[in-house]
Design a protein around this ligand. Structure first.
Ligand code: ADP
Length: 328
């Protein structure tokens, strides 16, 4: 299965990239997202090669015409964007007039020290907040002056969110978690289920649909969260430290999923403070004191799937040596 540029599954199924909706996910924005402990650590060992083998492969052919239309309108176009928070008599200039364009198919790592304005920027890009000054055009539409309701509407259709702490409903299974954003979009149950199953298969969880979060490994839970973020067909995926709660092997697994989705046309903005994670993005943007300090294309991003395979093979070889030594 593959996703094409309009966000639909290439084999004709109408499964879109999506969004986590306005239900709890957006409350308070990026900076205030609660974190949850990684559950089911015991399951980590069961993350087999099979998991990674199910990552969607790059097999989408794009027409030149589609390419030129898509590349001519940025997905994200912020112009001289500023955000000032006022607390009593103090004014905090969290963003001091930044301009940035992100086009369809880009994978951008947003970096910078604590307090540099990353969360404020992501909140604005995710339509969770409005700027004090400047313009924000999302997929060709000026959104920076919209009302709260209009913003919520655009957000539900255009933006998918993935957080460090997964933010899944613990009592609902993977399918129900993924179907939730569509309830708010007024989609029939049958269609919700069809799309939910389809995006779960897309992230390699076709055989885990009825599992609750506690019955899934950390990596699998994050895959459910990614599927949930894709289910309403967003133009943009915003990921806030998506591997922050995961061990290095599982982090590679999640980065491989994100890279595969990006190869199929999904535009991704990901906040990370780890160079080891940012190296998988195609572009790195670094913030400092509310300004963009660096904005660089990564000529040949590292391949998470390759690094994952190496790590697993190394662990298997070490395990074999240990068993042989014990047998002597
Ligand atoms: P980062 O995500 O890079 O850590 P933030 O965007 O959270 O940075 O913060 C940028 C600056 O804005 C910081 O000085 C922070 O204290 C301030 N800030 C962030 N959110 C708020 C808020 N809701 N009210 C007041 N100040 C805020």
């Amino acid at each position: 299965m593959a996703i094409n540029d309009s966000g639909h599954v290439a084999d004709g199924e109408q499964v879109p990239f999506s969004q986590a909706g306005s239900h709890g996910i957006d409350a308070g924005g990026f900076a205030q997202q609660p974190t949850m402990p990684v559950q089911a650590a015991a399951n980590q060992g069961s993350l087999a090669g099979q998991d990674l083998a199910t990552i969607p492969q790059k097999d989408v052919a794009r027409s030149e015409e589609a390419d030129s239309i898509l590349t001519s309108t940025p997905i994200v176009d912020v112009r001289n964007l500023a955000k000032t928070y006022v607390i009593g008599r103090t004014r905090i200039h969290a963003l001091q007039g930044i301009s940035l364009r992100v086009y369809q198919g880009e994978f951008v790592a947003v970096m910078g020290p604590s307090g540099s304005g990353k969360s404020t920027f992501m909140n604005l890009v995710g339509c969770l907040d409005r700027p004090t000054q400047g313009e924000y055009w999302l997929a060709g539409k000026l959104v920076s002056r919209l009302s709260n309701d209009e913003l919520a509407n655009i957000r539900n259709r255009q933006v998918g969110f993935v957080f460090q702490g997964f933010n899944l409903l613990s009592r609902s299974n993977a399918l129900s978690n993924v179907m939730l954003p569509m309830v708010y979009a007024g989609i029939s149950r049958e269609e919700r289920e069809r799309r939910g199953r389809s995006v779960l298969r897309l992230v390699g969880l076709g055989d885990r649909m009825n599992h609750k979060p506690s019955e899934l490994s950390g990596g699998q839970q994050q895959r459910v969260a990614i599927a949930r973020a894709l289910v309403n067909g967003p133009s943009l995926l915003l990921a806030d430290e998506p591997t922050g709660n995961l061990d290095s092997r599982t982090s590679l697994e999640i980065m491989a999923v994100l890279q595969a989705l990006n190869e199929q046309g999904l535009t991704i903005l990901m906040v990370t403070h780890e160079a080891d994670i940012a190296k998988f993005a195609k572009r790195q943007v670094a913030f400092r004191d509310g300004l963009i300090m660096h904005d660089e294309q990564v000529l040949s991003p590292a391949l998470a799937k390759e690094e994952w395979t190496k790590l697993v093979n190394k662990a298997a070889a070490e395990h074999k040596v240990k068993i042989t030594e014990e047998a002597r």
